[in-house]
Design a binder for this molecule. Structure first.
Ligand code: ADP
Length: 486
């Protein structure tokens, strides 16, 4: 089976969120399984500037974007992944926009990328059985195959799967951008790609891909509701039979406390002493005048995009109360200006108990996952969430809101049976969150119970193998569907 994973980001090349982990690791997993799998992504400036030893394949594509024809060059690397170079669109510091907002030509950029993927396949004579699309940036690929390329024999047997990593991001553009896509106005209807007067790239994929999936079973059901569907619940309900949920895994090579090169001491389930060293080191590096006694206080970590989705407003509203407990809170994140500013303010007020680092810092993330006792994820919604999976692997107990993938991956602790891997809360309110935190603090003082929960979590397996196999099954189903439509 020939697999092409079309994605706007992937590790190790570029990453702004979990999508990059998923696509990068999934591709690697397929290779281990002996599949012919490749990633294709835009050649952004950060990829060019890093040392990936890219090789120009000498292939030149010319992609219609509205009335223009935009040229692109195709590069590859040692892993035989493909990169589409177009400096006009991708030679920028960020992937999608700056803190001031999205790039204004995002519609044209991802029209070029989506159609460029198909043109690249043709010129390389690489005929994929499946194009696995990811999020709105590649949402046009399936609709192009069903419209502009419908009679192209090259793609006669190519099926598509679209993975929704986060339905909150849809690629919405004014209707005036429709000509940029080269799709006809006949498609600009509520049954088509129109969405409340706008053009919706994700919807284009949702109505045209052979199959759809999201990154957890619970989220695949949640997005059928008004609360979580962001207006696309009706579209998805029509495709309910084609909608699946496959939980993400994490890269067990990268996230392994026994071999992690970023952390000051390595450890595993059999000997947690290294974890204590990590905690002490973390506290010392982030808090002035910290004493060894702080080891005896609960240390809570938060890592993620500072956005409403991640529950940062809830966190901000609870910090005052939380600081009454003798705890320390460490936050690493980057995102909305207003949240960044408020968290910095708070950390100044509670400087002995709270530390905030603004930015994307892989190394510090590893240190936090290893050094904290508890990992907090108060998300408003969470398609899958990777933070809790990493935390479990590092023996840091997740405390999270009962939503999406957090429900599917964390078992709420039961004090009677001592089963469970974390602490879950229901309502999106400070009192509900604080209640879960208090339950967690209760076991913190009882080393035996604490270690039991840590072991329960560290014993779980969230490696990619099983999920990769499920994706292959889904590809096969998508292929069958395509065949039966002939
Ligand atoms: P998202 O919704 O952002 O994709 P996920 O939980 O699925 O959230 O994945 C986020 C990934 O990005 C995790 O691997 C997390 O450790 C990492 N991450 C998020 N923010 C930062 C940051 N500021 N520095 C380092 N890593 C980060």
């Amino acid at each position: 089976m020939k697999i092409l994973i079309a994605t706007p980001e992937a590790i190790p090349y570029v990453k702004t969120g979990g999508l990059a982990d998923v696509t990068g690791v999934l591709c690697r997993e397929y290779r281990k399984m002996g599949k012919d799998a490749h990633l294709i992504l835009p050649l952004y400036k950060p990829i060019k500037e890093a040392n990936f030893n890219l090789k120009d394949l000498g292939v030149r594509i010319s992609v219609p974007v509205g009335s223009r024809k935009i040229k692109g060059k195709i590069f590859t690397d040692k892993d035989l992944n493909f990169f589409i170079e177009c400096d006009e669109f991708f030679n920028r510091d960020e992937l999608y926009g700056t803190s001031e907002g999205d790039y204004i030509d995002n519609a044209a950029r991802f029209v070029f990328f989506s159609r460029g993927i198909l043109e690249t396949c043709k010129l390389l004579q690489f005929k994929p059985d499946i194009i696995h699309c990811n999020d709105w940036q590649t949402g046009l690929v399936p609709i192009y195959l069903k419209t502009l390329y419908i009679n192209d024999p090259f793609f006669k047997d190519t099926a598509t799967l679209l993975t929704i990593h986060n339905i909150g991001y849809q690629g919405l553009f004014p209707s005036s951008e429709l000509p940029v896509t080269n799709l006809g106005w006949d498609l600009f209807t509520p049954e088509g790609i129109e969405f409340y007067g706008k053009l919706n790239f994700l919807k284009a994929g949702l109505i045209s891909a052979e199959l759809l999936n999201t990154v957890s079973h619970t989220y695949s059901r949640e997005i059928l509701t008004k609360e979580y569907g962001f207006g696309l619940e009706g579209v998805l309900k029509k495709r309910i039979d084609d909608l699946y949920g496959i939980i993400n895994g994490i890269d067990y090579q990268e996230w392994n406390p026994l071999e992690d090169r970023f952390i000051p001491a390595n450890y595993n389930q059999n000997d947690l002493s290294g974890k204590n060293k990590c905690k002490l080191n973390l506290i010392k590096s982030l808090f002035e005048n910290s004493k060894k006694e702080s080891l005896r206080l609960p240390l809570i970590g938060v890592i993620g995009r500072l956005s409403e989705q991640k529950g940062i407003d809830l966190l901000l509203n609870s910090i005052g109360e939380l600081m009454r407990f003798r705890v320390k809170l460490i936050i690493l994140g980057k995102g909305d200006e207003i949240f960044q500013r408020s968290l910095i303010e708070m950390s100044k007020k509670y400087k002995e108990q709270m530390s905030i680092t603004i930015g994307f810092n892989e190394q510090l993330a590893h240190k936090i996952y290893a050094g904290v006792d508890f990992f907090l994820m108060p998300s408003k919604y969470e398609p899958c969430g990777l933070g809790q999976l990493i935390a479990l692997r590092y023996g840091s107990i997740p405390i999270a809101r009962k939503t999406g993938g957090l429900i599917d991956t964390i078992e709420d602790y039961d004090p009677l049976s001592q089963n469970g891997t974390g602490f879950l809360f229901d309502d999106y309110t400070p009192s509900s969150m604080l209640c879960a935190l208090k339950r967690a603090f209760c076991i913190f003082t009882d080393r035996g119970k604490m270690e039991k929960v840590i072991m329960n979590g560290m014993g779980k397996d969230f490696s990619w193998k099983r999920s990769a196999e499920k994706y292959i099954e889904l590809y096969e189903r998508a292929l069958e569907k395509k065949k039966s439509a002939h």
